[in-house]
Write a protein that binds this ligand. Structure first.
Ligand SMILES: C[S@@+](CC[C@H](N)C(=O)[O-])C[C@H]1O[C@@H](n2cnc3c(N)ncnc32)[C@H](O)[C@@H]1O
Length: 272
């Protein structure tokens, strides 16, 4: 069965997505919405987008909204994606924290976990005495589905194919028997990461102690300018003086008003 979407139904879905997640779909993404949600409607034995809109709105658990969000947005991520940020962490930031041996980092749209685990690996690989450090990583996302995957720390072997073999060996367990073809992050990485559902649209984040670094990569691109501006200013508030914000390589804060100092194309600094 082919589904058609009316202007009102499209507007309804677009508004729901924007109000809850900040993601802006644009005026004419009707065909994208139809192609991404058709399978879901079929699965639910629904015959129209009108029924689906009602279903999402009435589901107070938020589960259907999460499914819709996952289908309409992208969770694409990778281990060591945009590696310059991890080089910067190793070369420029960690040496300055050597005295305190303490660092608090937030991976704020962590998807299936590759980003926070990459941060964790970078920490362990970069300092001389990791056992003496207090590493803390908060990893959050709006989608409970990707967070559940992230917390398991279980990946297909192909996902780490580009990671140097000795790093994989140090930080992943190789699956055997039923788990052949899978790798699982070792407990020393999981031990320093807390996974939690957080919506970047929330007025306040339940984060008490100030952070050294915030990673917010490859999600702001889906937000409109006022939403980006609000978010970046909230991030500023949660960083320590001398803290850093990393954004995705295809993102820019050029048109957004904020108090950060830009120190490299996608790296922003809260002056010490
Ligand atoms: C493309 S992934 C980016 C993953 C990772 N940061 C990276 O760069 O590889 C974007 C993630 O942003 C999440 N997201 C979208 N809107 C969000 C919001 N309002 N609050 C928190 N996370 C959100 C999505 O669920 C998705 O997992």
């Amino acid at each position: 069965m082919e589904y058609a979407i009316s202007k009102q139904e499209y507007e309804k879905i677009r508004t729901l997505l924007y109000d809850e997640s900040g993601i802006s779909l644009g005026d004419s993404k009707q065909s994208l919405v139809v192609s991404r949600l058709t399978k879901r409607l079929r699965h639910l034995h629904m015959d129209s987008f009108a029924s689906y809109c009602e279903y999402v709105t009435q589901d107070n658990s938020g589960e259907e909204f999460t499914r819709m969000l996952d289908l309409l947005s992208t969770n694409k991520t990778d281990f060591f994606r945009e590696p310059k940020h991890f080089d910067f962490l190793r070369e420029r930031i960690l040496p300055t924290r050597e005295k305190d041996k303490q660092i608090r980092i937030w991976s704020s749209a962590c998807s299936t976990g590759e980003e926070p685990y990459t941060i964790a690996m970078t920490l362990y690989e970069s300092v001389r005495t990791p056992e003496q450090w207090n590493f803390q990583i908060l990893a959050s996302d709006i989608s409970t589905r990707v967070l559940a995957h992230a917390a398991k720390g279980l990946y297909a072997e192909e996902r780490v194919r580009e990671v140097p073999a000795e790093i994989v060996k140090r930080h992943f367990l190789q699956g055997r028997g039923d788990s052949e073809g899978l790798v699982k992050v070792k407990p020393h990485l999981s031990a320093i990461i807390t996974f939690r559902r957080l919506n970047l649209m929330d007025d306040r984040f339940p984060i008490k102690a100030p952070l050294d670094l915030i990673f917010c990569r490859n999600v702001m691109i889906y937000f409109d300018r006022p939403t980006q501006e609000r978010l970046v200013n909230k991030f500023y508030h949660h960083l320590k003086p001398g803290g850093y914000l990393f954004i995705g390589h295809s993102e820019s804060l050029q048109w957004v008003s904020h108090p950060f100092k830009s120190i490299a194309p996608t790296i922003y600094w809260k002056e010490a």
